[in-house]
Design a protein around this ligand. Sequence first.
Ligand code: ZN
Length: 200
Amino acid sequence: MSAEPAQPDPVRHRDHGTWLVQFTGRILVVCPRCGGRALVAPRPGIEAPKYFSALLFQPRRLVCAGCGAVADWTAEERGRGLVGVVPGGTEDPFFRRPLWLQTRCAGRILWAYDEGHVDALAAYVGARLRERRASPTMAMFARLPAWMKSAERRDEVLAGLAALRALAGLSAPADRSDAAHERGDRPRHHGSVLFRGGPY
Ligand SMILES: [Zn+2]
């Protein structure tokens, strides 16, 4: 048997974009300057969107309370439209920074955008009896990778989520998870386009 552990395989949420959208309003990332915890959120003064999907186009600001780094992101313009991001993978979809909340779990990388995302995942994974009613949120939860939903992995995944929750409370560069680095696993297909003045 090889003594070398297999390289952890990042969880790919490529088909979970719709579900992930609602968590893109608050994303903890690794600061590009100091390597500590930074926050990516809609730029201050911007109205809360009517629809979750609008979050894919809203201008974002990255702020690090530790070192004072600030960066802005605006959606790419193409013709009369704005190109929205595609959430998924272990980087934030706006600045493409590694997520702060990453940990090794069951030979994979377990990740989340913020504490609310961790709580939502824990509520689903920890549920012994899962709702089968077709609410859109539950339908999207149902598309999580099989290893996160298997009964045998439940305790392992819940422990991983607890580790993510603990990480959310840490912010110093030295607190950075050894799993929180670039993988280039963000979705490569183009995002949706919002046409200004359209019926959207
Ligand atoms: Zn910083």
